[in-house]
Design a protein. Structure first.
Length: 387
């Protein structure tokens, strides 16, 4: 939850989003990080600043401070998950339709996705965990179609954490939905090739942002930020991306957000040529690429958004039992709440909740020993969410 406070009310541990009013006399300055010490505050926030925008849900609890109170979700995971699944099914029909139209040379209208993306936003505001969990529950990954949906939802989720308002989130979600539209012009033999692409095939694949640009520039009243995201989502912070090798702030705001969630979904999705990577491992890899592929604080913000162990992750605890990450911990990302559902022999047991942070330094203390792929064990996690 974002809140505007006076500069003198700032305390160490508060997460500062920005300061300034966005005018010539008071330009808007993005901070997007916690200020941990008084020196941090003095170094980042000029003395003449009147007020600042903070995010209370990202505040860090320092010694001697109470843990911040996070506003409760408007709906429970069990209530929201069926709604999110219906939305996902509707979105899958839509994406298949516009991809097929592009392949046939039929004109598309991006505005048809507006009600869907608006529903994604409503769902995320009711319960963020349902959106993250949904990715763990999908069956065979029709990546050509599902990737567009996943990027749209994850972009909305990350945009919400960055403090974007609903109209901006709607445009961002549409950018995510259509970011890969140019792939409809790439031969399926290349898109779904089980082995390594040849040099020529890789060059053909790299053409998809420009192909998408050609398709989307024909759209009526298309927001320029959406068009930029279509052509720029493979640009990289250090200039190593394509198609133009843009650097730093030359890359658009939506493009920078979508580049993060695009890579995350690609790594954590099952493809014809690779298995899905565990979310925690994917985040760890992306963290190593920070400030190279991605701009400063981008990966840190995304980890705060989805958690080191995202909701819905199937995990083995150090005590041997198995469970599902039920909720993330913004102040202690490695200490989420776990719903324990299987014993050490993977036999179902009466579900119980474990708060790993609350158990710390007690005889019952446990850690997450391993993140597992439930498909490898033929386990249907969905049946445990309402258990």
């Amino acid at each position: 939850m974002q809140q505007r406070i006076k500069r003198h009310e700032l305390k160490p541990g508060m997460f500062v989003v920005s300061h300034g009013q966005g005018t010539f006399a008071s330009p808007l300055v993005q901070v997007d990080r916690p200020l941990l010490t008084p020196a941090d505050i003095d170094g980042c926030i000029p003395k003449d600043v009147d007020d600042v925008l903070i995010d209370t849900s990202l505040q860090i609890s320092l010694p001697g401070q109470e843990r911040p109170v996070v506003a409760p979700n408007a709906s429970s995971l069990g209530e929201e998950l069926p709604i999110a699944k219906r939305l996902y099914s509707d979105a899958l029909v839509h994406v298949k339709s516009f991809v097929d139209d592009v392949r046939k040379g039929t004109d598309i209208d991006y505005r048809k996705a507006t009600p869907l993306v608006a529903s994604f936003i409503d769902s995320v505001f009711r319960n963020e965990s349902a959106a993250v969990t949904l990715f763990k529950l999908r069956g065979f990954d029709e990546y050509t179609y599902t990737h567009s949906i996943n990027v749209s939802i994850l972009a909305v989720l990350l945009g919400k954490h960055l403090g974007l308002d609903r109209p901006t989130l709607l445009r961002l979600g549409l950018a995510g939905m259509y970011h890969d539209v140019g792939k409809a012009k790439i031969p399926e033999s290349i898109l779904n090739k089980p082995g390594k692409l040849s040099g020529g095939e890789f060059q053909a694949m790299k053409a998809h942002p420009l192909e998408g640009y050609k398709i989307m520039q024909k759209q009526v009243d298309l927001d320029p930020e959406i068009l930029r995201a279509v052509v720029e989502h493979h640009e990289r912070h250090d200039g190593s991306g394509y198609p133009r090798g843009l650097k730093n702030e030359d890359i658009g705001r939506f493009s920078r957000i979508i580049s993060v969630v695009d890579v995350y979904d690609a790594l954590t999705s099952r493809r014809v040529y690779k298995d899905a990577m565990a979310p925690a491992k994917a985040l760890g890899m992306m963290y190593q690429w920070r400030d190279k592929d991605f701009p400063p604080n981008a990966i840190e913000n995304f980890i705060r958004c989805v958690g080191v162990f995202p909701v819905g992750s199937f995990v083995r605890l150090s005590g041997g039992e198995f469970g599902i990450v039920a909720s993330t911990n913004a102040t202690r990302p490695t200490k989420p709440e776990i719903k324990v559902v299987l014993d050490a022999q993977m036999r179902p047991q009466l579900a119980r909740m474990l708060d790993l942070e609350a158990l710390e330094r007690t005889p019952q203390a446990q850690d997450i020993a391993e993140v597992l792929n439930p498909a490898d064990y033929k386990i249907d996690l969905e049946r445990f969410f309402n258990a």
